[in-house]
Design a protein around this ligand. Sequence first.
Ligand code: HEM
Length: 383
Amino acid sequence: MYNPLDPATLENPYPVLAALREATPVFWHEGMRSWTLTRYTDCVAVLRDHQRFARDRRRTGAVVPEPSLSVQSLDPPDQAPVRSLFMNALRAQDLEAIEDRGRRLLAARFEELTGQGPFDVMVEIAAPLALAVISDLLGVEQPDLHSFAEISDRIMRSMDAGLDPALAEPGRIARQQLTALVESWFTVSSRPGLLAHVRQHADPAGGANLDLFVRNTARVMFQGGYSTMVAALGNAVHTLLRYPDALERMADPNLLRGGVDELVRFDGPVQGTSRIATEDCEVGGTAVRAGETVLALFAAANHDPEQFPRPAQLVLDRASNRHLGFGWGTHSCIGTVPAQAALRVLVQALLDRPARLHAAGAPVRRRTATMRVFDRFPVVFDA
Ligand code: HEM
């Protein structure tokens, strides 16, 4: 049976997922109480059909606590005004300037780290860059990195509370701390940025509900955006150390844009997402009953050879690379563009540095099913 926390699977999930896709592409996972999908076409079919596959658990009779109601947990039509408010606010930001500030930050960091001996990619590169980019984007004062990283980690780990109930309570407390931080941004007059744009453009006729969804979405965006970027940056460094020629080739600007996207397909952070069937139906030839959970495994779909020829190879100029690393459909990632910018900042900083980065010990994967991320990743700059 598939165990996402098995050490060999954590190290490299793709062979296990390929074997499952071959043998039983749709299977019931008792531990996760879900129909698990490993084929690209099945995952897309579920994600695009929000009528029959709900994200909003209220549609299947569940009670969802108010703090959990955000763009991520609502479905159309409730989701639409919140999602477009945030999407429009994102489009109004000067993303090139944010990318530029990220580039300068990383160049200065690399300068400090060169000649210093071994250091941890996650602590010294991924976390500071992700926090700087997300704070800059939202237009909020950057919180203290160390304490925010702890809050975010507890929240992230609690997403696995279904597999380990002891993670739920620390996650709940961390969520309260995050709420207090985000609320503080709504009490002061905001500086320019995404949040200020959202506050200025939120339709007052939306009332208290819209206000609640906006605050909750700001929280999801800040913490979710930070934690996925940290994970994606760590995974990208790992892949680029394995394939140094790919890094060199990304000096070509034509390969840089598509290349960072291929890094997300190849070994992205978000392992999957779930939906609940609103009626009896069929997925990939398997009967699913109303109320049952369906888990679209992005990690499996992104390596499906039917969709991605040579899935185990990093192909920087892969044609029509419509991977699911940023999701699909009405819940696809709102932060795709800034996330890709952060990955470009990383790749360019690595290319610009005359010293080369090397592994300085075995990296350690976090024992978590939902997010593929390193806990520790020691490296060193040569000479
Ligand atoms: C490389 C980094 C990132 C990856 C791989 C990633 C991946 C994803 C994925 C797979 C989803 C869909 C989840 C689902 O269908 O349940 C998603 C949703 C979301 N992402 Fe990202 N994300 C990244 C960075 C960001 C950033 C930087 C932000 C904020 C600026 C962000 C904000 C969001 C939001 C708000 C949603 C929920 C959208 C909705 O449900 O309508 N993400 N992300």
